[in-house]
Ligand binder design. Structure first.
Ligand SMILES: Cc1cc2nc3c(=O)[nH]c(=O)nc-3n(C[C@H](O)[C@H](O)[C@H](O)COP(=O)(O)OP(=O)(O)OC[C@H]3O[C@@H](n4cnc5c(N)ncnc54)[C@H](O)[C@@H]3O)c2cc1C
Length: 343
């Protein structure tokens, strides 16, 4: 049994089997709907059902409210058609025909960047190449069916290795494995590139980057891509962590600021320790931005990190004039447990 989906305003159409999500069918049909976590937690794939019925699937209640459902909204990563559908959403035309694929990778090296962040470098087989946009992510697929998402920290022009910044999550099955076992040369399976967090070319607006913790990873990839391309729009990076020990690669954004007059770096600590001797900005990272600017109607914002930061940033910047289509984000949600796999 198949259902037909028509997308407004593009008029694109595709078919998908019963039981498949609207997003999975679109990916299969090479149609680029926006998405982030793919598990109903980040809201990046939210769109409107103009006609037809869906099973809304599993999602986090805070991501899709009852009121939004009443108004016709659904999360396309979770919603499964129960009839033919007409949906409305903005497609991500920049992704073109690049499709995610599943490939094996070999762990080349791991390097501890601070007390709880590890950089890992992955090598693809010599005949494989991953065509990705700076800022996208990959998913590890483990033997017992776990999928874990991590952002690519390298820009596409430096693709000898895929670079990831992995924060150790207390009690986290995969990150525990990365930190405490996973020897070099381990072969892993990944799927990628995924997601719609990447730089949108063509806009001439100043860019603000908001990173929380390892949300710095994809933003590093994007900034390195922009520097490589010689794009000299005004850019400001706000990077927030709890205390000084949580920063890593701090010399990198400092070097970008020294070398590029159009680039400004503002590090922010939310809970500096007395021993940190911190004289810089404090508080939540998006609050630091709000203190510095009142009107966001003429900037593009790229935000990445904890879901609470991404959501709070969107709400407060939107209130101060940021159009929704000028806000690009990846929320680092936790993965959904795989069926029959205990967390
Ligand atoms: C698009 C995307 C990109 C990402 N990129 C990065 C990245 O570049 N770097 C990075 O460090 N992380 C990134 N993440 C986050 C990363 O995927 C998760 O931290 C991942 O789930 C960790 O896997 P794990 O198996 O170690 O921990 P998990 O098993 O997923 O969870 C570990 C612990 O968290 C608890 N937990 C699970 N769910 C929740 C919840 N909803 N609320 C509170 N606690 C919970 C569990 O009980 C457990 O104790 C990204 C996430 C997404 C969606």
């Amino acid at each position: 049994m198949k259902y037909r989906v028509e997308i407004k305003p593009s008029g694109h159409r595709y078919e998908l089997p019963a039981g498949e999500t609207v997003l999975a069918g679109a990916i299969e049909a090479s149609i680029n709907l926006p998405y982030g976590c793919k598990n109903g937690a980040c809201g990046a794939c939210k769109g409107k059902i103009i006609a037809g019925q869906v099973d809304y699937g599993e999602y986090q209640a805070s991501t899709l409210t009852e009121e939004e459902k009443q108004n016709g909204y659904a999360l396309f990563c979770s919603a499964k058609p129960l009839s033919d559908l007409v949906i409305e959403c903005r497609e991500v035309s920049e992704l073109g025909s690049v499709r995610p694929k599943i490939v094996p990778v070999r762990l080349q090296t791991k390097e501890k960047l601070n007390h709880d962040v590890m950089a890992i470098y992955l090598k693809l087989p010599s005949h494989e190449k991953l065509h990705f946009m700076a800022g996208q992510y990959i998913e590890f697929i483990t033997k017992d069916g776990l999928r874990r998402a991590f952002s690519l920290a390298n820009p596409p022009h430096q693709d000898e290795f895929l670079e990831l910044h992995i924060r150790h999550v207390d009690g986290g099955k995969f990150t525990d494995y990365v930190f405490n076992q996973m020897p070099e040369k381990t072969i892993l399976r990944i799927e990628g590139p995924l997601g719609s967090f990447f730089y949108r070319e063509g806009s001439q607006k100043p860019i603000i980057f908001l990173a929380a913790g390892t949300g710095f990873a994809p933003i590093k990839g994007i900034i390195e891509h922009l520097i490589f391309k010689g794009i000299d729009l005004p850019m400001t990076l706000y990077w927030g962590v709890k205390s000084l020990e949580d920063f890593y690669l701090l010399n990198l954004p400092k070097a970008w600021a020294n070398m590029h007059p159009n680039f400004k770096f503002i590090p922010v600590l939310s809970e500096p320790k007395s021993t940190d001797g911190w004289t810089g900005r404090t508080g939540n990272v998006h609050q630091a931005l709000l203190e510095d600017m009142s009107d966001f109607s003429k900037v593009d914002v790229y935000a990445c990190g904890a879901p609470a930061m991404v959501q709070a940033a969107f709400n407060s910047l939107h209130e101060r004039g940021l159009p929704p289509e000028a806000f690009f984000s990846d929320a680092f949600t936790y993965a959904k447990p795989a069926p029959n796999v205990a967390k």
